[in-house]
Design a protein around this ligand. Structure first.
Ligand code: FAD
Length: 481
């Protein structure tokens, strides 16, 4: 299987996969899914109670899902503050946004303390406008936060924006200092090592084939099963196989390319730090440099590959079918680098919720089976917070995490199939048309704007309208990867 550039780099240095699960096992907690959510949850549980028997079952290898293929942007939730406020009120929203900003630092600290060489660079995030239609799309978020004396964003001058991005195509922007970048697969594999060192039993190449909702619940796999007092479903987009979760999010793709190394040219354009950049298109483009002087460039949002009925299947594996589109976007924004070769591409699934924010809690009537879904392309930092929330829920603690504003019922944000599948195609077409019109300095047509308004959250408010005014069809916040 073709892996992401990030995972290939790590696996070249690593040994064997963890064993498959064979036979009958008992555990206090069985975590299904070995991405950041599952791994942070396991680590937090062991920190809080080292005597707990914690098992992770991963169908591939830990980090084989989105955690080993993402853009490596470690972002806070500040840009999603307006959506967060709608869910849990201003006070709790501010608390959670602060917690997510702390998580960015905590990841750096955790890596240092545990010898994880995840290429952590704390150089901030530039949220940019690359055409006049996007000017000020951050205004409503900044204005609301200012009412609470919160100032996570610094508005940049036009010169500063272009200089920081290393290209004049970036016209205006705001800068969030809190953000960092990592080599995402190195982080995932490092977390796996730390979890194992704390006594978490990790089984790779071990898919959950069935969850029996007995008391206690039993997770079945091809070679055996685990009976556990609590099961944590940390399976991201693959959660769609559970009917009660299917309508809580849409599975969409995010696609990435990475260029050949060009360290000298990056130095010349002044973009050779670890700063992350996103534009403000509906089909968001996100890009950062790597330690060895490449550009990793992604395109997310309502992209080409969709999952009918939430069936992730194999369409989100391997090379990106949109690599050409992604590369074209890169060349348009960085015309001075248009001759740089693309080394490789890949695709991954994103669990896009309507609000653009995740939800955590027990499945209905089952306090012993927990879900965590809806990170919406912003999970690298937030999964650390998710680990705290899930650990508290597992232990039954009604503390600041177990009772946090994101512990909530599953959103029913999307219509059933086949309306969702075909609706997504129409919305995607509208989003593409809107982006193109705005790039070309045209006003998108009424129907285009109307249809694009159905895009799920994470999309910046349409200029001049707040998230509230849009009735939740569009919510404030950056476009997620
Ligand atoms: C291309 C791309 C770019 C992104 N860029 C960014 C970014 O720059 N910044 C950011 O914050 N977020 C980004 N994201 C989102 C981020 O990667 C995710 O939100 C985060 O990794 C979610 O972690 P997770 O552990 O919940 O899911 P995953 O890492 O996907 O882990 C879920 C795991 O469950 C396993 N699994 C599934 N079904 C089963 C089963 N039946 N049995 C056992 N195991 C199973 C999967 O194999 C997988 O390893 C991006 C995502 C993609 C795809």
């Amino acid at each position: 299987m073709l892996r992401s550039h990030w995972l290939q780099e790590v696996l070249a240095e690593e040994g064997e996969a963890a064993p498959r699960l064979e036979g009958e096992h008992k555990a206090d907690v069985c975590i299904v899914g070995g991405g950041y959510t599952g791994l942070w949850t396991a680590i937090r549980l062991k920190e809080r109670d080292p005597s707990l028997e914690v098992v992770i079952l991963e169908k591939d290898i830990c980090g084989g899902g989105a955690s080993g293929r993402n853009g490596g942007f470690v972002l806070s939730w500040w840009a999603k503050y307006l959506s967060m406020k709608k869910i849990c009120g201003a006070e709790e929203a501010i608390r959670l946004c602060k917690a997510s900003a702390d998580a960015v630092d905590e990841i750096g600290r955790f890596c240092r303390e545990n010898g994880i060489d995840a290429h952590y660079r704390h150089d901030g995030w530039l949220w940019a406008a690359t055409c006049p239609a996007h000017f000020g799309c951050w205004d409503s978020t900044i204005e609301d936060l200012e009412k609470h004396q919160m100032h996570p964003f610094r508005v940049l001058s036009e010169d500063e924006t272009a200089r920081m991005a290393g290209t004049p195509s970036h016209l205006r922007g705001v800068f969030e200092e809190t953000a960092a970048t990592v080599q995402p697969a190195r982080l995932a594999r490092g977390l796996r090592r730390v979890a194992a060192s704390k006594g978490v039993k990790i089984f790779e190449n071990t898919p959950m084939t069935r969850l029996t909702r007995s008391t206690p619940p039993v997770v079945k796999c091809p070679g055996g099963r685990v009976r556990a007092a609590c099961v944590v479903l940390a399976i991201n987009a693959w959660s769609a196989k559970f009917p009660e979760m299917r309508r809580a999010f849409a599975v969409i793709s995010s696609d990435m390319i990475v260029t050949e190394p060009i360290p000298d040219r990056l130095e010349r354009i002044g973009w050779n730090n670890g700063m992350a950049i996103s534009d403000s298109q509906m089909l968001v483009q996100y890009y950062r440099t790597t330690l060895d002087g490449r550009i990793a460039f992604g395109k997310g949002g309502v992209n080409g590959v969709k999952a009918f009925g939430g069936n992730v299947g194999n369409r989100f594996e391997g090379q990106s079918p949109l690599a050409g589109d992604v590369a074209a976007g890169f060349k348009e924004l960085y015309p001075a680098l248009a001759d740089v070769g693309v080394a490789t591409s890949w695709i991954g699934p994103v669990d896009r919720s309507k609000s653009g924010l995740p939800m955590f809690g027990p499945l209905r009537g089952r306090p012993d089976i927990l879900y965590a879904v809806g990170f919406s392309g912003n999970g690298v930092g937030p999964c650390l917070v998710a680990g705290k929330i899930l650990a508290s829920l597992t232990l039954g603690a009604r503390d600041e995490w177990g009772a946090s504003g994101l512990v909530r019922p599953l959103e029913r944000g999307f219509p059933p199939e086949p309306i969702r599948y075909f609706g997504t195609s129409l919305v995607r077409a509208a989003a593409i048309a809107k982006d193109r019109a705005e790039r070309e300095g045209r006003q998108p047509g009424l129907i285009t704007r109307f249809m694009a308004g159905f895009a799920p959250s994470g999309l910046s408010p349409t200029k001049g309208k707040t998230a509230e005014a849009l009735g939740g069809l569009e919510n404030a916040g950056p476009r997620p990867p």
